[in-house]
Design a protein around this ligand. Structure first.
Ligand SMILES: [Zn+2]
Length: 182
């Protein structure tokens, strides 16, 4: 009789064990699925951030915009009748977006003794460093300049702060459109 009494208990234990196993498998599958989805989303986000970070590396100016689409830099012309085209904004000196550093000037840099001759490249680097110190200015630049061609006096093909601005505005506009996961 002892065996017959023990049987329901064993059956109960077996049912409980099976139920537990099913629960473990279902929960486990859900956890794995969520983890995989999360990994894919994190990877996608990281890829974008990595690309943006790579594009932001350093402040060395580019000779021409790296993007072949969208706004470009135009050279301001000193000829009668010339005016800033529609869809373009002047960013030369005398505007809020002018570069305070001018090629040919001399500046004192913390990294150098005495003064340093400002080359066109250095003028853009100084502008970039100055802007990066003031994130509010860069955000204002996105608000006001996104989608516009930028006009400056520098000859096309020579370093110009307007090209750095163009690139920053483009990248920062993209970042604004990102949806952050966490
Ligand atoms: Zn310029």
């Amino acid at each position: 009789m002892t065996g017959a009494e023990a049987l329901p208990e064993q059956a109960l234990t077996a049912t409980a064990a099976i139920t537990l196993a099913v629960v473990v498998v279902v929960v486990g599958a859900c956890v794995i699925r969520l983890a995989l989805e999360e990994t894919a989303r994190v990877r996608a986000a990281r890829a974008v951030v990595a690309r943006v970070a790579r594009d932001w590396e350093g402040v060395t100016p580019v000779a021409s915009p790296t993007s072949t689409e969208g706004p470009v830099r135009l050279q301001q012309q000193r000829v009668a009748g010339w005016s800033v085209p529609d869809g373009a904004v002047r960013v030369s000196r005398g505007t809020p977006w002018g570069n305070p550093w001018r090629a040919g000037d001399r500046v004192a840099l913390p990294s150098h003794e005495g003064s340093v001759l400002v080359t066109p490249e250095l003028a853009v680097d100084l502008f970039a460093a100055w802007m990066l110190e003031r994130p509010d200015s860069l955000e204002a630049a996105v608000d006001e300049l996104a989608g516009f061609d930028l006009v400056c006096w520098c000859p096309i093909g020579e370093p110009c702060h307007a090209e750095w601005l163009l690139e920053q505005v483009r990248l920062r506009s993209e970042v604004r459109d990102l949806t952050f996961i966490k």
